[in-house]
Design a binder for this molecule. Structure first.
Ligand code: ZN
Length: 483
């Protein structure tokens, strides 16, 4: 039992609190401090996920209000490391930290075989050191600076420094006090540039949400389902079963760049089919490093709160039946219509007619588009539309239809561009590209009927075809449907 223990500063690590105790206690060596706090000297000074926390709490003075739960959740990296783990695993790690089996913690994370480098060096920000000295009278280690993948102080957007002493220390039982450990030999974690700062801002914001939020735990494959849903939306997957891995890998690399991925220990070889980006989108039983999840989340622009507040079944359902299903059907229909209208044309030609449809299908329905596009003709240069020739052909077709409408003995039909287009099966071309066919356009301008003209023609038709026996004018108008 100790007679005093420092209360934590905001965002301070437990390690840092113990390091401050060590100095204040006046203990000559770290073993004495370990004996004070844990009743044993066989404890290692855990930096990220320390254990023996119950022992520590039991040794604190009665008036000290710190609890095991508060220490684990607020003053260690527990929340960061377990955010993406299933509940049972997270609880197991929690119990290991509270208890005395610290050596099992790393294995329990289940990340042994994902090649992520473990770096437990201690980091700090120079500007935070200054402001902490002003506000609290001493510097201390901040939780958010120790999170793996964090290269920048999110408060000051400045480089983090690696406490050189923490990389050299042979004695795993020593607690370094930041005030006494800053040295000229300390080097920055990584030089920052504009691009890194932008990525780090997003990365840190998500870390902050995890540290300060109280998100529930999820099933291992919950995140995969959520990512799939987003990938489908992004056009990187067609369905849960079909992901365009090569496109995804290239786009992912392009988004972050090799340098940034290397800094975070997450770079991969596109040609290696066992790369982690592919693995995380497949059904898996091993867990992934939180950095990897956070990279996926940023890449897909996922709102982390929305992610954690989503329900597994809901996500699965959404993955199956995306809102794009209806859109898909309508785009497919448009494409097929064009394709059937222009049986002799190639994909480029049809794409030019309706670029939006082509782009949408190419993005969200690529496989189908491939199967439903004109078969490539091997010979020849890419075809440019010969509008002059098309105008001539169109004019002939349009003339025939218009004349047929005017000469019909049936009940009159109004002559409009749409009606003519429907009759020749070329509505789209007529409505969108009439300007490119001046002769057809001129002809249609002359022949298309105004409402008034159409009414007159109907009245005339009624007079000629319906026996009204000289009845009054209004009956004729009624028969003609003219008010
Ligand atoms: Zn700072």
């Amino acid at each position: 039992m100790v007679t005093f223990f420092p209360m934590p500063y905001p965002g301070e690590t437990l390690y840092s609190m113990i390091a401050r105790y060590h100095i204040w206690s006046g203990n000559l060596n770290s073993k004495a401090t370990l004996r004070d706090l844990f009743n044993t000297t066989s404890v290692t000074a855990g930096r990220e996920l320390p254990a023996n926390i119950k022992l520590l709490i039991n040794n604190l003075p009665d008036k000290c209000t710190l609890t095991v739960d508060e220490i684990i959740k607020k003053h260690t990296l527990y929340k960061c490391y377990t955010a993406f783990l299933p509940s049972e695993r997270a609880t197991y790690i929690y119990d290991l930290m509270a208890g005395e089996n610290g050596s099992l913690i790393f294995t329990a994370l289940g990340m042994c075989n994902n090649n992520m480098k473990i770096d437990s060096s201690l980091k700090y920000c120079n500007q935070c050191v200054e402001s902490d000295r002003n506000n609290f009278g001493e510097a201390f280690f901040h939780i958010e600076h120790q999170v793996p993948g964090v290269l920048m102080c999110q408060k000051h957007f400045s480089e983090l420094y690696i406490c050189n002493k923490s990389t050299q220390i042979k004695n795993r039982q020593e607690y370094l006090n930041l005030e006494f450990s800053i040295s000229e030999k300390d080097t920055i974690v990584a030089p920052l540039n504009k691009k890194i700062i932008e990525h780090q801002k997003k990365f840190s914001k998500n870390i902050e949400s995890i540290i300060n939020g109280s998100f529930g735990f999820k099933e291992m494959n919950f995140f995969r389902e959520y990512y799939l849903k987003e990938l489908i939306h992004k056009g990187m997957a067609e369905s849960r079963m079909k992901i365009y891995q090569q496109d995804l890998l290239r786009d992912f690399k392009n988004y972050y760049g090799d340098d940034y991925l290397t800094l975070l220990g997450c770079n991969f070889d596109i040609d290696n089919k066992y790369n982690w980006v592919t693995a995380i989108t497949r059904k898996h039983r091993k867990s992934f490093h939180p950095i990897q999840h956070l990279l996926m989340i940023e890449y897909m622009n996922i709102d982390i709160k929305e992610l954690f507040y989503s329900d597994y079944m809901e996500v699965r359902k959404k993955t199956y039946k995306n809102k794009t299903d209806e859109e898909k059907a309508s785009y497919r229909e448009k494409w097929l219509k064009l394709k059937n209208e222009y049986l002799n044309e190639n994909t480029t030609f049809i794409r030019e007619l309706d670029k939006a449809t082509y782009i949408w299908l190419n993005k969200y329905d690529r496989k189908w588009l491939g199967e439903n596009s004109p078969i490539k003709k091997t010979c020849g240069h890419s075809k440019k539309i010969n509008w002059e020739k098309r105008d001539e052909e169109m004019l002939q077709e349009v003339k025939e239809v218009v004349e047929a409408i005017y000469n019909s003995k049936e009940k009159p039909e109004r002559v409009t561009v749409g009606a003519v287009g429907r009759k020749i099966g070329k509505v789209y071309l007529l409505q969108k590209y009439l300007d490119k066919m001046p002769k057809t356009k001129l002809y249609l301008q002359e022949k298309v009927e105004s409402v008034k003209e159409y009414q007159d023609r109907r009245v005339k038709w009624v007079r000629e075809n319906v026996t009204t026996n000289g009845e009054s004018e209004w009956i004729v108008l009624r028969e003609a449907g003219v008010r």
